[in-house]
Design a protein around this ligand. Structure first.
Ligand code: CP
Length: 306
């Protein structure tokens, strides 16, 4: 039987998501445990990363597991033409878990069909980033004390943003209302709107970063316009700095509002927001360690005590 993998956030149902939140709370209280002693985990990063790779590796180190892998394909035999299939066949012979980021949409699902060990999708092109969603959902729960009936305003690159695509699906269990703020070039794809329609999720689309979209939100989820996803750089130049959140724009926002961002940011959040108590993106990134500890233990089948 194939082991359980986390490829798409839909691989986790509502009960799974709530269980991961509970386990994440335990790791946030105490992240240093011997739970992965004797386990070897692979981190295969075919695309650049700072947070995802380093938080996974920190998570594993704090659980006393061992790590093999690469952060640059130039140092792997992929540069000699080795297929993804052969790479996964080999690495799944060596290790207990594979964490993979790859530029091709669907690559993580493909890897999970080949691998003898669980695969965690650390981002596949513009498709999905499920562990980002788990840390986003944990951060939302931590700051709002609930996940139900929240208004989430999502701003920026809604077309290529894999964190956005996963977040919409992950929150779909909790009756959200979405405000989608994007220029025409980066609008939320039709399939995600159809998904919302199917689940009776309310949403509105904005092309202006209007005070209304900010002031009615419980969560303001900013995203970067991703240069690496554009084939035509002239198109990127047109939209790269289209929305910039400045501190004064939060003056009339809700008391409970938190600003999240999957990071890295470029210019879409002005540095003057960083000192506002509503800015939560660095704590959100820190939560990546604890959430990823929870997901790893869940997939390997390790019970986590309080
Ligand atoms: N949020 C995120 O995926 O960041 P990295 O690209 O640095 O891993």
């Amino acid at each position: 039987m194939k082991p359980r993998s986390l490829v798409n956030i839909e691989d986790y149902d509502k009960e799974d998501i709530l269980r991961i939140i509970e386990t994440t709370e335990k790791f946030k209280k105490n992240p240093n445990r011997s739970l992965l002693k004797g386990k070897v985990c692979a981190t295969l990063f075919f695309e650049p990363s700072t947070r995802t790779r380093l938080s996974f590796e920190t998570a594993i180190n704090r659980l006393e597991g061992r790590i093999v892998g690469f952060s640059d394909t130039a140092t792997s035999s992929a540069t000699k033409g080795e297929s993804l299939r052969d790479t996964i066949m080999m690495v799944s012979n060596y290790t207990d878990l594979i964490i993979m980021r790859h530029h091709l949409e669907g690559s993580a699902r493909y890897a999970s069909e080949i691998s003898q060990v669980p695969i965690i999708n650390a981002g596949d092109g513009s498709n999905q980033h499920p562990t980002q969603t788990m840390l986003d959902i944990f951060s939302i729960y931590e700051t709002q004390q609930t996940l139900e009936n929240l208004t989430i305003t999502i701003v920026g690159d809604l077309k290529y943003g894999r964190a956005v695509h996963s977040l919409i699906e992950g929150l779909s269990h909790f009756k959200p209302t979405f405000n989608f703020v994007a220029p025409d070039e980066l609008k939320i794809p039709k399939k995600h709107k159809l998904f919302c329609d199917k689940k009776s999720i309310k949403y509105r689309e904005f092309t202006n970063f209007s005070p209304e979209a900010i002031n009615e939100a419980d969560i303001l989820y900013m995203t970067r316009v991703q240069r690496e996803r554009f084939t035509d750089l002239m198109e990127y130049e047109k939209v790269k700095n289209i929305y910039v959140l400045r501190n004064d724009m939060l003056a009339d926002s809700r008391e409970n509002l938190k600003v999240l961002h999957p990071l890295p940011r470029v210019k879409e959040i002005s540095p003057d927001v960083d000192d506002n108590p509503k800015a939560y993106y660095f704590e959100q990134a820190r939560n990546g360690v604890y959430t990823r500890q929870a997901v790893i233990c869940d997939l390997i089948g390790i019970d986590v005590e309080s």
